[in-house]
Write a protein that binds this ligand. Sequence first.
Ligand SMILES: C[S@@+](CC[C@H](N)C(=O)[O-])C[C@H]1O[C@@H](n2cnc3c(N)ncnc32)[C@H](O)[C@@H]1O
Length: 247
Amino acid sequence: MPQNNNNFIKYYDKLFLNKDYSKETQYILKSFKIYSDLEIKNILDLGCGTGSHTIEFYKLGYNIIGFDLDEQMINLAKSKTKKINFIHGNIHDYKFDTKFELIFSFFNVLNYIENYSDLKSFLEGVYKNLTAGGVFVFDGWNGNRIPVDPPKNKEIVINEDNFSAKGMLYPNYDAFNNQAKFHYVININDSGKHIEYENYLPQIYWSPLILKQMLFQIGFSKVEIFNNLTLEKASIDNYKISWICKK
Ligand SMILES: C[S@@+](CC[C@H](N)C(=O)[O-])C[C@H]1O[C@@H](n2cnc3c(N)ncnc32)[C@H](O)[C@@H]1O
């Protein structure tokens, strides 16, 4: 019988083995340096998952906190190193005693936020926790591109030594509300042990215009949107976009 998310998290890193966390870390750092002259004393990784970016920053010598709502993700991150402070909590509602020069939120964390009020709390929280002159970098799906070419069924195939995964993602897309509910079914073979997982993942495709207006209304002095992981201005052709916002 298919299982849900319980135990699935332990395979998260294997399923995203090809994601280049080091390159993304360099992009976040480069963005910060272009937009701010501040010395980085503290960094916050919002929606850190299993801590892959957090650990990259730590290895570069930065003081960083990883923060995520999913306790299993946070526990997995903690099991990788005792040297980083990984905290369990909700990005809609948190407060730290220190402020951060750099806050980032990567790998579509934005698209997990399901309503306008949570979106506003998330962005207000980032603003409050940033040092003046600090930078917030995040990525997400381009809410203007998705209606032009909605998500399609996608196959997942991973073959490693002693580990393989084969699965499908079915994006049940609601065009009027510009959101999808992904149904995924994945068969994993872990050293001869077969497990089938099944779950649903909602994705909300926020409008860049509304987001930009919200960020300015909250108080950010500069907000720019780029094609994913580049410094080329975003366009309707880009599925994935990166945001750089300065307090
Ligand atoms: C696709 S994962 C990305 C994880 C990590 N940033 C990475 O790049 O591997 C999205 C993460 O956002 C987290 N997340 C979603 N909503 C959240 C919330 N309200 N508060 C904190 N974390 C949240 C999820 O638990 C999940 O770990």
